[in-house]
Design a protein around this ligand. Structure first.
Ligand code: 3MF
Ligand code: MG
Length: 343
């Protein structure tokens, strides 16, 4: 029996377009995705604000809440929870130069409006978690923004969100680059520092995505552990990434099994999930995948998490202690590899 509950976002089942080619699979309506999410064993759904409330820019604040309630009814009918809502701060023409850190005051105001609406949507969906993936908060041209003001703008925006709703929690999803060159919140260390500078650090934590840590040249297990050390790992986006390339969002564990094992091991050891946290997946099917099998990456990721969870529970701590006492880390390393390769 797994100790974990799982979530995924509707964007994880997508049409397969990439930067160099068009869609290769038909669009699946969100209601069908949600129903299939339940069938494959997920417990919760992750949302961008406009996944829950399409065309929200054209709706009144009241209409936004009403539409979100319809989504809540759909979730309830499948006995699924909403894990979080993330304001989509990277597609609108007003977020071309970033959102909270745009050089334009009116663009920054729009970003705050979107963030507040995301909070309204989260409340209507029954969650208190807001994820900030700070997609364009940074620079394409380094000299275009003040690098000291940038992080301060992010802290100000978070303070406004914390004041707007006294119960909401903010999860910073760190990422070093893509779609921009240099991000203001590239690692968990940055997220924890931003948290500590806000008006209520107890309500500002982190979400670690495997691929994003790899893109930062860091070990995802260490990034997870760092946030755990602060009591601030409130979600994860498990996936995989083959080195310093474009953001790949591969099925969890398929590129670096030992690294995947160590992510699960630290989550198991520190009883992740005890406060209701989910194992979020942020995986994308390969472009070559046909629509009939376009949820397989999610199913495989869950399966791999559970298999590695069983390995983590089998991990022989007495043998580990002996190796540590003898400082025989070659033996310890070999043990880990044998554990992973044994049936
Ligand atoms: C980008 C991401 C995003 C976020 C999502 C929720 C599209 O690299 O990982 O997925 O996870 O916006 O925060
Ligand atoms: Mg993500």
């Amino acid at each position: 029996m797994s100790q974990f509950k799982f979530s995924a976002g509707p964007w994880n089942v997508h049409e397969g377009a990439d930067a160099f080619g068009p869609k290769v699979r038909p669009s699946i309506p969100i209601a069908e995705k949600i129903s299939t999410f339940k069938d494959i064993g997920l417990d919760a759904v992750q949302f961008h604000d406009d996944d829950a409330v399409p065309e929200m820019n054209n709706l009144s604040d009241k209409q936004i809440i009403e539409t979100a309630k319809e989504m809540k009814n759909l979730l309830d009918s499948h006995d699924l929870a909403a894990e979080f809502v993330a304001p989509r701060l990277w597609e609108d023409s007003r977020t071309v130069d970033g959102a909270f850190t745009s050089n334009s005051k009116s663009d920054r105001d729009y970003a705050i409006w979107r963030a507040f609406r995301s909070i309204d949507i989260a409340r209507a969906l029954g969650t208190d978690k807001i994820v900030l993936w700070l997609a364009r908060e940074g620079t394409l041209c380094y000299e275009s923004k003040d690098p000291v003001e940038g992080p301060k703008h992010i802290i100000d925006a978070i303070n406004k969100m914390l004041a707007y709703d006294q119960g909401i929690k903010i999860l910073i999803e760190t990422k070093p680059n893509e779609p921009i060159d240099r991000s203001y919140c590239p690692t968990m260390g940055h997220a924890m520092a931003v948290s500590s500078a806000t008006n209520d650090p107890s309500r500002v934590g982190g979400l670690l995505e495997t691929a994003h840590a790899v893109l930062a040249g860091l070990d995802p297990a260490s990034e997870i552990a760092f946030a755990l050390a602060f009591g601030k790992l409130w979600s994860v986006h498990l996936n995989d990434q083959n080195g310093l390339k474009y953001d790949q969002d591969k099925t969890f564990g398929v590129e670096n099994l030992r690294q995947a094992f160590n992510q699960i091991r630290v989550l198991v050891d520190y009883n992740y999930g005890q406060n209701g946290e989910y194992i979020g997946l942020d995986v994308k099917a390969m472009r070559t995948q046909k629509v009939e099998v376009s949820y397989r990456h999610l199913e495989n990721s869950m399966k791999i998490v559970k298999m590695l969870e069983a390995k983590a529970k089998k991990f022989d701590r007495d043998f580990q202690k002996k190796c540590v006492a003898a400082r025989d880390y070659e033996a310890l390393e070999m043990y880990v590899l044998e554990l992973l390769m044994s049936s």
